[in-house]
Design a protein around this ligand. Structure first.
Ligand code: LLP
Length: 446
């Protein structure tokens, strides 16, 4: 077990986050409940922002909203001086609803629709990250139609496939994202963009993967991208002035997930870009990073109430909680592993190995396989750690379960930032066709 940010175990042996007793939070807001440690999120923003500013002044940190986005989160990101990486009309809308300046948004996505592009242009979104030739053509066309200029980066496949514990330098050409370097597509796209009237090529972008522990692949990616900026200069005479190296820095899901610090990560990429700029005699480009998970991941904890338990003799004991793949898709989707503790008996010793099941109608709806925990009773509160990134943002209404609320906790105060969905919310968009509106007529059985 490990404690992050402002977590502590209080005198009542309850888990406390941001000065709030999680047992009281469960009572006040119900379960399942996403609890976010606001101070830890702000601290992580500050580490990225300040370390980068110190080592590489011409830089910008853009928070990757896909990890967790609500209007309050957008406001926090803006207050902390970060830009925002968005990937859909919906994320742009959310940010605008929080008065986040469109000029500080970087718009990603491999299939932006004409309507999304129009919306982004109308609001003055800062950068479009173009993913394909077909998108480049569409963007130029739509920008011409509305009489605007789109400032763009190209998403490049630097040829580095990085996973949690290893990387392959030649891999990942077969990906739906980005334009290849080795097959000449990236260079062809650059040349095409330079001849277009309604797009202005500002720089390059890459993102080599997510939940990466090793620093080496990030360094390699920085080198490859700087080499490409140099090649573009040689072949076209144009020196690109911005380089966005994406996100991907890993977090702790389990206590033995060994990690470098955020500061070490930032130091490494700043050094890598500097090195290559000197080698090629290039001006230092504006450097961007786009962390998502490493800003919010460890700041989130999900609190569940324990319900039914079931012993499968000789095999395992299932302990079911009142959530599941609706609020945490990651175990089912990626075989992700988590640690958990009993929030209302936080010092109790592990007594048995159990598996934590969700309550959805799906055998794969498991949250944690084989975890050692104190003997759990109906009504206990289970806190699953490191659920701040890609949990709320990937939540869903399978089985028509309502999505949990989100609270930000800080200095003893709990502030609701997303309400619990209601049953009315579930039917809000359902429409009864006219011919079924009269009282139900049952088919008579023959
Ligand atoms: N920039 C781009 C272009 C991205 O595609 C991503 C993540 C990020 C930044 C942020 O990466 P981060 O710092 O959060 O690793 N649902 C998966 C993760 C998908 C990541 C997609 N792209 C999960 O739950 O592990």
């Amino acid at each position: 077990m490990f404690l992050t940010g402002t977590m502590r175990i209080n005198e009542e042996e309850h888990l406390e986050i941001g000065g709030c007793d999680t047992v009281a939070l469960a009572k006040d807001f119900g379960t399942p409940l996403y609890v976010m440690d606001e101070k830890l999120i702000r601290n992580n923003c500050a580490i990225y922002r300040d370390t980068l500013a110190r080592l590489y002044p011409n830089s910008q940190v853009a928070y990757a909203g896909k990890a967790f986005l609500t209007t309050a989160m957008c406001r926090l990101v803006h207050e902390e001086g970060l830009a925002l990486d968005v990937v859909s009309g919906g994320e742009i809308y959310t940010a605008l609803a929080a008065d986040f300046p469109a000029s500080e948004m970087i718009y990603h996505g491999n299939n932006k629709t004409p309507d999304e592009i129009k919306m982004a242009l109308a609001h003055g979104v800062g950068r479009f990250v173009v993913d394909s030739f077909s998108e480049l053509e569409l963007l130029d066309e739509v920008a011409a139609e509305v009489g605007k200029m789109a400032a763009i980066y190209f998403r490049i496949k630097p040829g580095i496939e990085a996973h949690t514990h290893h990387y392959i330098q030649t891999g990942q050409m077969d990906s739906k994202f980005g334009l290849g370097l080795s097959d000449g597509q990236a260079m062809a796209a650059v040349k095409m963009a330079l001849n277009m009237k309604h797009v202005q090529l500002k720089g390059l972008h890459c993102h080599i993967g997510s939940q990466i522990f090793d620093l080496k692949p990030f360094q390699l990616a920085a080198h490859v991208m700087m080499d490409f900026i140099n090649e573009i200069k040689k072949k076209t005479g144009v020196t690109l002035k911005e380089l966005d190296l994406g996100g991907g820095f890993g977090i702790r899901y389990q206590h033995d997930d060994s990690l470098y610090s955020l500061a070490e990560f930032v130091e490494l990429i700043a050094a890598a870009v500097n090195e290559k700029a000197t080698e090629h005699n290039l001006p230092l480009p504006k450097l961007l990073v786009e962390p998502g998970r490493s800003i919010v991941g460890e700041a989130g904890t999900t609190i569940y109430t324990v319900g039914a338990t079931k012993e499968v003799p000789g095999i395992r004991r299932y302990v079911a909680v009142d959530g599941g793949m609706m609020d945490n898709l990651r175990t089912a989707l990626y075989e992700a592993k988590y640690e958990a503790m009993v929030a209302n008996r936080a010092l109790a010793i592990g007594e048995e190995t159990v598996s934590i099941a969700g309550k959805a109608c799906e055998s794969g709806d498991m949250l944690i396989w084989d975890i050692e925990l104190p003997k759990l009773e109906r009504g206990d509160l289970l806190a699953v750690l490191s659920t701040g990134a890609y949990h709320y943002s990937m939540s869903n209404n399978y089985n028509r379960f309502t999505r949990p609320p989100v609270v930000f906790v800080c200095d003893g105060e709990a502030n609701l930032v997303v309400k619990r969905e209601s049953y009315e919310d579930l039917v809000r968009n359902d429409v009864m066709p006219k011919h079924m509106q009269a009282p139900a007529k049952r088919v008579k059985q023959e």
